[in-house]
Design a protein around this ligand. Structure first.
Ligand code: IMP
Ligand code: MG
Length: 182
């Protein structure tokens, strides 16, 4: 396994740039095969920004021409509370009635963030709300949701890179890595 060191943090590569690019081509083809109706792609920011940027360009190559709008959600997980709270920091501007909507997120962990976004957009009358996540982290699911499209099964480790951060650091890494020495 290759690794790099930044500011004294050792980061092991889990999913390389090449592996991610290959997988995204397949994901875009899977979305296209559903023949979505008036597709609206909604990246759930911030962690998904690089994944979404690559995915929508792969969608173009797969023959799709989606509209894209953004949502910023903040989720709070505290030990005292049994259910995490999710706040909308930025909502989409687009109407969703009679459209197929694809939510794009970096990681599905408890599922609360994605379940919240799905409920919100479903309640507004979308024809369907699908979701695409780069990484599926097993074992923490608290909400009743399953991603329709999944990039990789993720080991139960804290990961960074490819848009994902540790206190806003490491988003620029072109691969997904695990911070071994924090
Ligand atoms: P959940 O599915 O609502 O628990 O939230 C998943 C969100 O938590 C992801 O979209 C990430 O923003 C964040 N997250 C979970 N695990 C990690 C990780 O290993 N690294 C960075 N962010 C993470
Ligand atoms: Mg996120």
């Amino acid at each position: 396994m290759s690794s790099i060191t930044i500011d004294g943090h050792r980061i092991d590569v889990l999913f390389s740039e090449t592996e991610i690019a290959k997988r995204i081509t397949v994901l875009a083809a899977e979305v296209a095969a559903r023949k979505p109706h008036r597709l609206l792609v909604v990246p759930v920011l911030k962690g998904s920004f690089i994944f979404a940027a690559d995915l929508i360009r792969a969608m173009h190559h797969a023959g799709l021409s989606p509209e894209v709008d953004f949502m910023i959600l903040a989720s709070y997980r505290s030990a005292q509370k049994s259910s995490g709270q999710v706040d909308v920091l930025r909502d989409i501007e687009s109407a969703v009635q009679d459209r197929d909507v694809l939510l794009v997120d970096d990681i599905l962990e408890s599922g609360r963030t994605l379940a919240f976004a799905k409920d919100l957009i479903t309640a507004r009358g979308a024809k369907s709300v699908m979701s695409c996540v780069l990484l599926d982290k097993p074992g923490h699911l608290a909400a009743n949701i399953k991603a329709d499209f999944r990039g990789f099964d993720c080991p139960d480790l804290f990961v960074v890179g490819y848009g994902m951060d540790m206190a806003h650091q490491f988003r620029e890494l072109p691969f997904v890595g695990h911070v071994v020495t924090v």
